[in-house]
Design a protein around this ligand. Structure first.
Ligand SMILES: Cc1cc2nc3c(=O)[nH]c(=O)nc-3n(C[C@H](O)[C@H](O)[C@H](O)COP(=O)(O)OP(=O)(O)OC[C@H]3O[C@@H](n4cnc5c(N)ncnc54)[C@H](O)[C@@H]3O)c2cc1C
Length: 297
């Protein structure tokens, strides 16, 4: 019997595995190698790894984990989960049956690309989600923001720290008069109409085509597509979730335990706040430590 099976072996999952391996617990990490930021050329804001390609950071982490004899890294997806605390069973997509006393779910989320030509193609390059991740590199340039709901006004206020040149794209949203007045007061132009295409010019340049008017060029476009968990194992288990502005997150307590005893969750899958490599890593560390401590006699 393994102590813990970790489903999702990226920043959160590997961080959990490291703590458990150092506590000499028997751990299996299942991973399908599709971290959310794999589209980005560089990962930023990660202490000690700033401006490194994200896949390089993960490769280095895997190499470091290899020195712990009780950690097994498996390139496979988890297909199903059953059982209860002290007796969980995970079946992989290559039909291996694995048993463990605890589970950590860290399989992340997927950004759902809108059906707009050029959006998915430029995701992570000239269409990006997060100023903390990439804002410094494009500071003082002309930024665009795709409106995604009331939370977008916080982005407008936030972006002032990086640039004075911002254009908001309503993208079919019905933006109320008080928000329009606020934007006008900040001298932030609002372009109504739906985005029909994003064309790229150069490395950080987007031409936004609108259904109701002329196209608008910006240097970089910020957008927050809806997200969905990368797998549906939590649904099959009936785990509690909470709503976030862009999707859902698994509900956990302060020990990162989900609504089902013995199942812990970490990373973007269970983060209703600002997603980042550092947050995922920290949550993974905590999930690993609390899972280990729950098995003490
Ligand atoms: C374009 C972009 C750029 C970003 N840039 C930055 C940045 O510069 N700095 C920063 O801090 N953050 C950045 N982020 C955020 C960062 O990518 C996430 O916060 C981070 O990847 C979350 O880590 P995680 O371990 O929770 O999930 P992920 O990194 O998404 O990993 C989940 C893992 O689970 C695996 N998986 C999925 N389903 C299964 C299954 N059924 N079985 C087994 N494995 C499975 C996946 O293949 C994947 O390897 C960026 C995000 C995006 C979209």
């Amino acid at each position: 019997m393994n102590d813990v099976i970790i489903i999702g072996g990226s920043f959160a999952g590997l961080a959990a595995a490291l703590q458990l391996g150092r506590a000499r617990r028997k751990v299996i990490v299942l991973d399908t190698c599709r971290p959310r930021n794999r589209f980005a050329g560089h990962s930023h804001g990660v202490l000690g790894h700033d401006h490194k390609p994200p896949l390089d950071i993960l490769d280095e982490a895997r190499q470091q984990l290899a020195r712990y004899p009780t950690i097994r890294l498996v390139n496979a997806g988890a297909e199903s989960v059953s059982g209860a605390i002290d007796d969980f069973c995970v079946v992989t997509d290559d039909n291996e049956q694995l048993k463990a006393r605890r589970l950590i779910l860290s399989y992340g989320v997927v950004d759902k690309m809108p059906d707009v030509p050029g959006f998915a193609e430029n995701w992570g390059a000239s269409v990006i989600p997060c100023p903390y991740c990439d804002g410094f590199e494009v500071a003082d340039q002309h930024w665009g923001l795709v409106w995604s709901g009331p939370q977008s006004m916080n982005q407008v206020r936030l972006f002032h720290d990086w640039t004075d040149r911002l254009t908001v794209f309503g993208d079919g949203h019905d933006i109320p008069p008080d928000i329009r007045a606020d934007l006008a007061g900040r001298q932030v132009p609002l372009v109504d109409g739906r985005i029909t295409e994003i064309a790229r010019r150069g490395s950080h340049s987007s031409t936004i085509k609108i259904d109701t008017g002329p196209e608008v060029a910006v240097d970089v476009l910020f957008a927050h597509p809806r997200t969905m968990p990368s797998a549906s194992l939590h649904d099959a288990l009936g785990l509690a979730t909470i709503n976030t502005p862009t999707g859902i997150a698994l509900k956990t307590d302060e020990r990162r335990e989900t609504s089902m005893p013995g199942i812990y969750a970490a990373g973007d899958l269970a983060n209703p706040g600002i997603p980042s490599v550092t947050t995922a890593t920290w949550q993974g560390v905590m999930a690993g430590i609390f899972a280990q401590q729950s098995m003490l006699t």
